[in-house]
Ligand binder design. Structure first.
Ligand code: NFE
Length: 503
């Protein structure tokens, strides 16, 4: 008989997520993804000045505020019929890229690494690095005090479940510390053109307020160079080592063969000709993306809003006690299909469209690890795709910096019409992000967001079809129901942010 296993909250993610599993014969038979809180930012935007929108939506999340700000200004550009100067496009790309780099490093080292790295290995450290000596002392004191988390969250240790090479474990701990510095650097790099970080001040409809002075360009370039060194010589090699040691995780966490990308980092216009292209893969078949095919179901979500509406027609009406509902996350679908979004989706869409750089990097990594392209749809495939994408984005920043023209405009003036509407589609580090705005009498009449983790971690849709994370959990082997680390690894591979998902 199936037993019910609940992980609540799932730690080392952003926001409040619970996962309920039905486990039988040491295998997940069914999974339920439960967004545990309501925030209501779409509701409080109604009736406000439209220029409040990009400031308020950035508060959806402190991890990806740039993406929310970006989606909002794309939507407003469209609603106000304003085109942006080249500098504006380049600066927006550079601001967003810095945030992607920060977020991807955060996810691998500070959210995921403890699933794979044996922190107890530090107790055997004999070297003279003061940082590692200090971690050793801290871990030893934790053990003496009988505290095992967060130093070693899965003690008692299950043999073979962590990296079993002491040197690699200690190196990973060192890189965990270095990654904190790298994230600080990426935040600083973002703030050069964003004014501040988190919650950038310089993103506005029509462009960007900051001027790209020679000094700022040089400062960004210097920090970028250090981050590229870290990505190339630390992050990517670490991901390959973990992937080689946990090859079984290329067979665990397989989702649907459905992937979606809206495209990101435009090379022309306001938001066209993306470096990472828009596209879909449905049942394994690549196709073009059509924004009209997006709907949101709410049968199992705690909302009384109309189910199955396109986001331009959607609404957010909370219904906390709704019968049979089990999550505060809505269930977005594309052509009625659940779609996985995120770095894996972007890399697969780009790979199938023949994106040269992406193909070379993915093929190289697969060969190094010794797995096939089909195995990318997995826990380890998501981690590998994220690291590869981080490199592609960092390597593009130099081209955008080179094109900046310090003496040219960074934004264009605009008027806010009494009525109108706009769609802002972009990508956040965790996947496809869309904002839909409608204006009436110079005010916001309606504002809807569909966020990456809403796609990945929704509940079932009106037809009872599971979300990507619920599907990926099915079939996961669980050695010990008291400590279902395998399921936590599947969930974390999606890099969920429930703060965003419930917005
Ligand atoms: Ni709160 Fe976000 C990203 C967005 S995820 S982190 O990336 O949009 O749902």
């Amino acid at each position: 008989m199936a037993t019910s296993v609940k992980i609540s909250p799932v730690t080392r993610i952003e926001g409040h997520l619970a996962i309920e599993l039905k486990v039988e014969s040491n295998q997940v038979m069914q999974a339920f993804s439960i967004g545990e809180m309501f925030r209501g930012l779409e509701v409080l935007l109604k009736g406000r000045d439209p220029l409040d929108a990009h400031q308020i939506v950035q508060r959806i999340c402190g991890v990806c505020p740039v993406s929310h700000g970006t989606a909002s200004i794309y939507a407003q550009d469209q609603a106000y019929h304003v085109t942006i100067p080249t500098n504006g496009r380049l600066l927006r790309n550079l601001i967003l890229a810095a945030n992607f780099i920060q977020s991807h490093i955060l996810h691998f080292y500070h959210l995921t690494a403890l699933d794979y790295v044996d922190v107890t290995a530090i107790t055997g450290y004999q070297g003279s690095d003061p940082e590692l000596q200090s971690v050793r002392e801290w871990v030893q004191n934790e053990f003496k005090a009988g505290v095992v988390a967060p130093a070693a969250p899965f003690l008692p240790r299950y043999e073979g479940k962590y990296l079993d090479n002491a040197e690699l474990n200690i190196q990973a701990i060192k890189h965990y510390l270095e990654a904190l510095e790298m994230r600080k650097l990426a935040h600083q790099m973002c703030a050069i053109f964003a004014g501040k970080m988190p919650h950038p001040a310089s993103l506005i409809p029509g462009g960007v307020t900051q001027k790209p002075t020679a000094q700022k360009i040089a400062a960004y370039a210097g920090m970028l160079q250090r981050l590229q060194m870290f990505i190339d010589h630390v992050y990517l090699p670490d991901v390959v080592e973990v992937a080689k040691a946990f090859k079984d995780y290329f067979k665990i966490g397989k989702g649907y063969d459905n992937f979606l990308s809206y495209g990101v980092f435009p090379e022309s216009g306001n938001n066209e000709g993306h470096v990472l292209p828009a596209g879909t893969i449905v049942n394994g078949k690549p196709g073009a993306f059509d924004a009209a095919a997006i709907t949101e179901d709410v049968k199992y979500s705690r909302f009384a809003s109309v189910s199955g509406a396109h986001p331009s027609q959607g609404d957010t009406v909370a219904d906390p006690h709704k019968a049979n509902a089990y999550s505060w996350i809505k269930a977005p679908r594309y052509q009625k299909q659940p779609m996985e979004v995120g770095p894996l989706a972007r890399m697969l869409v780009a790979y199938h469209q023949g994106h040269g750089e992406c193909k070379t990097l993915i093929d190289g990594a697969l060969q190094q690890i010794g797995v096939t392209p089909a195995e990318l749809n997995s826990v380890m495939g998501r981690h590998a795709a994220r690291a590869i994408e981080c490199k592609i984005i960092a390597d593009h920043c130099g081209h955008w910096l080179d094109q900046l023209a310090p003496d040219q405009a960074t934004y264009n003036e605009f008027d806010i019409p009494a009525s109108g509407s706009g769609i802002g589609l972009t990508e956040a580090p965790r996947g496809a992000l869309g904002h839909w705005i409608t204006l009436d009498n110079h005010k916001i009449e309606s504002y809807q967001c569909i966020v990456p983790t809403t796609w990945n971690c929704s509940p079932r849709d009106d037809r009872g079809i599971e979300s990507p994370v619920e599907k990926a959990l099915e079939g996961t082997p669980i050695a010990n129901e008291e400590n279902p680390i395998e399921a936590a690894r599947v969930v974390r591979s999606f890099d969920p942010c429930i703060a965003c998902a419930v917005h």
